[in-house]
Design a protein around this ligand. Structure first.
Ligand code: IYR
Length: 230
């Protein structure tokens, strides 16, 4: 008997999932090559101002927006900035917050932890990178009647989407940095976001400056980050 193309659950149509079972060799080869590719990713702080076509950013965001989310609410907005005046405004506001952080809000041990990474309160990449993507999380949405409806697992959902965004940026051959100026509420103000949106993460996107130097850090081994219960 032919398998049905769809079935009804709770009155809603479910469609047959299109899936081709890979061979074991394929599983091993693909999981290994994906790991090796992701292991090449580095957070980069020095960007080139070389333009990146908008279609690439469109595709990266479409990839991120395939992320799973609580009750499939997709509680995110990706704000994309290339406008130089807005970038300058964002850089100036971010540097004001960062100065306060580095000069008082961050503990001495926190600043010591950042020393190997070479970060400081200056954020030139906010003007130099051709694109800034600012991810906003939506704690709630409004329905057609203007009524509020809370979203679910918002931080988890938006965090997953950001991970997928970072992977998509790397996969395209570009670099980014997970930048979290704190507090971030100046971003919603500058971009005039609606009241249900809170800034979650800021990612400059572009080519790295040449040459670019990144800290000589090592990633934890599998055995340090996992426990197997066999
Ligand atoms: N937001 C600051 C400080 C900072 C904090 C952490 I934790 C980092 O991993 C890196 C930086 C800044 O962007 O400089």
């Amino acid at each position: 008997m032919e398998t049905p193309k769809h079935k009804i659950i709770n009155g809603y149509k479910h469609i047959a999932y299109q899936y081709d079972t890979p061979s074991q060799e394929e599983l091993i080869q693909k999981s290994e090559s994906f790991y090796h590719d992701l292991d090449q990713r580095r957070s980069v702080r020095d960007f080139s101002d070389t333009p990146v076509p908008k279609i690439v950013i469109d595709n990266i965001i479409k990839a991120a927006s395939t992320a799973p989310s609580g009750a499939h609410k997709q509680p995110w907005t990706f704000c994309v900035i290339s406008n130089p005046a807005l970038k300058t405004q964002i850089r100036n506001a971010a540097e004001i917050e960062e100065k306060k952080s580095y000069e008082g809000r961050m503990s001495e041990s926190w600043k010591r932890d950042l020393e190997p990474l070479g970060t400081d309160m200056n954020k030139p990449f906010l003007e130099i990178a051709p694109w800034l993507i600012i991810v906003f999380k939506k704690a709630y949405d409004f329905d057609e009647n203007g009524e509020k409806h809370n979203n679910y697992y918002v931080n988890e959902s938006v965090g997953i989407a950001c991970g997928m965004l970072i992977s998509a940026i790397h996969n395209a051959g570009l670099v980014t940095l997970t930048h979290t100026p704190s507090p971030m509420n100046f971003l919603a103000k500058i971009l005039e976001r609606p009241s249900n949106e809170r800034a979650f993460l800021l990612l400059p996107v572009g080519y790295p400056k040449f040459p670019t130097y990144v800290p000589d850090i090592k990633r934890k081994e599998l055995k340090e980050v996992s426990e197997f219960y066999l």
